[in-house]
Write a protein that binds this ligand. Sequence first.
Ligand code: E4P
Length: 215
Amino acid sequence: MKIFLDTAIRDEIRRMAALGIVDGVTTNPTLLKAADAPYHEVIADICKMVPGPISAEVLAEDWEGMVREGRELSAIAPNVIVKIPMTPDGMRAVSVLKSAEIDTNVTLVFSANQALLAAKAGARFVSPFVGRLDDAGHDGMDVVEEILEVYANYDFTTEVLVASVRHPQHVVQAALMGADVATVPTGVLALMFCHPLTDVGIQRFLDDWKAVRKE
Ligand code: E4P
């Protein structure tokens, strides 16, 4: 499973990308607000730091505007993926951008039906928001399971990108289900490294080695 970083904070991306575990980055308008620099400049910088897919979202609500913004975003770098919201206009924009060979990520997906429509429109990625579904009293990972089954039934090539990840267990579940990608906030990625037995084990090895050197 690919791991994307879900942030627009460039220092965080630089630090995590250096560890060799980041396959791509997702951003959205809320995350870009925290980056505190002009939108296109931030996306251009991220595209240089991480060679994989970098999602950048359109702000227009009509399909012509989405296509126009999508073309502008895609001109920033070859690895930009245009993020389009799950609406009828959004799906029209996805199919127009696909015919121009511009890859898209359909965002704000909360059901298998929405994911089916995104795949039919020709999206490269579909982003079910598991954390927001959990917050609303559903089980977000159940929706991911349904989407994976629907896509497998019909051999859709759209990749399932698990988004709105809140904790490491979401990532484990995504990997067990065979999702293509999980996009993970920096704090969750940091937690994925942690296990108390690893810390105890390192300390014991160091203590034992110090004792050996004293003998
Ligand atoms: C990524 O593509 C999504 O925009 C992001 O994961 C949403 O996360 P949130 O629900 O924590 O805002």
